[in-house]
Design a protein around this ligand. Sequence first.
Ligand code: FAD
Length: 419
Amino acid sequence: MWTNWSGGYQGRPSSTVRPLDEAGVRSAVRRAAERGQRVRPVGSGYSFSPLALTDDVALDLSALTGVVRVLGDRVRVRAGTTLGELNSVLAGRDLALAALADVDAPTVAGAIATGTHGSMSGTGSLSAQVTGLRMVEGTGNVVEVSSAELDAARTGLGALGVITEVEFAVLPAFVLRASQARLPLDEALAPDYLDAHRWAEFSVFPYAQDALARWADEVTEQPQPPSAMRSFERRVVRSAAVGGGVALGRTVPRLVPTINRAATRFNGSGSVTDLAHRVLVARPIVRWDESEWALPREALADGVHELLDAISDRGLDVGFPLEVRVGPAESGWLHPAHDRPTGWVAVHTATGTDPEPLVKLTADVLGAHGGRPHWGKRHPWTAAKVAEAYPKLTDFQQVRNRLDPNRLFTNPYLHKLLG
Ligand SMILES: Cc1cc2nc3c(=O)[nH]c(=O)nc-3n(C[C@H](O)[C@H](O)[C@H](O)COP(=O)(O)OP(=O)(O)OC[C@H]3O[C@@H](n4cnc5c(N)ncnc54)[C@H](O)[C@@H]3O)c2cc1C
């Protein structure tokens, strides 16, 4: 049985194929086509949505890893390489990805397929850093995707083919000093804060007045990696505030507002200076389910306030903070930040609690502000909403019709979204 990271979705593929190279991917695709089966490429299973779920053939890309080549400011890697492996290889060559998510277990192909992003107002998502990719299409042939069609494939939802290699633009390695402090919510929401740093985000608990702001700027100092003990302490302090609150809140839901206020106070301040990926990636200790929405940047403040009010009006026992991030407009045709600077708002529910009431409320409130859902997270959208929200959907479908005319690469969830 296959399950995603949160445990929210489980599937029983009729077979799981783990190709060792691109030739293996081609034969798996051809064999499935001959048998009339469908294929889902599967990365690390870190999506909270059922994008990778299948009852047919699961194509596990975990053996297709490693760097193909590094040429100047371009690096080409195999699709199943995890972001963590890529970060380490790049650091060894004094290079770095320009965009960093807060997790490094996803594969490069899975991350770009869903538009995985970080918290930099001036730097696009991982999808935006893609300069080329190689893909096995529905016939089993291999295509190099570049030029205009790259904007379809850079956030392709696994609906166009099986990516075997991804090429990224990279930067010289950089050192960040990251800090955190409590801020009044309206200060944290202001451009003065969110746009003033290389990287900036904040979390705010429902029922609390202050936000926990975390920001980072480039410095010329040498990296000062924290000791293993200090790193562990930082993870525990953060998780104790969040995860401990979640566990207690599930036992005694009426305590949730009090726990959230206490967690905000507990998460004090501190700073760390290190290579960017070591500063920004945080390995989680607890598990959750998540929904995240990309709002037009000008709607961010109203969206956050309304969502917090709606949660407290309904008395929902939300034991995780809302997470707020920003990013620039993206060129990817199906990227949720397509064509507009974006404010991202994420909500979380503890594994084992029904996520749907919060997912629906968030979709209602943030959808009304022009929000588009993150593809790798939970949401209730269907094809009609997608068509309304994405002006380049028809162009995407044309590329899809050419690369996968028989819809080999689909599942019920993709069918619901794209037809
Ligand atoms: C703890 C945690 C933290 C996270 N943090 C962030 C964050 O900071 N920012 C953010 O934006 N998201 C974040 N996410 C969401 C997640 O990282 C993404 O949704 C990402 O897609 C997961 O990559 P994966 O390798 O696990 O892909 P999977 O979940 O396995 O698959 C996702 C999609 O990619 C497709 N796919 C996988 N491999 C290929 C391939 N070779 N060719 C074609 N399609 C392929 C699949 O078919 C599927 O459609 C987080 C998730 C978790 C669990």
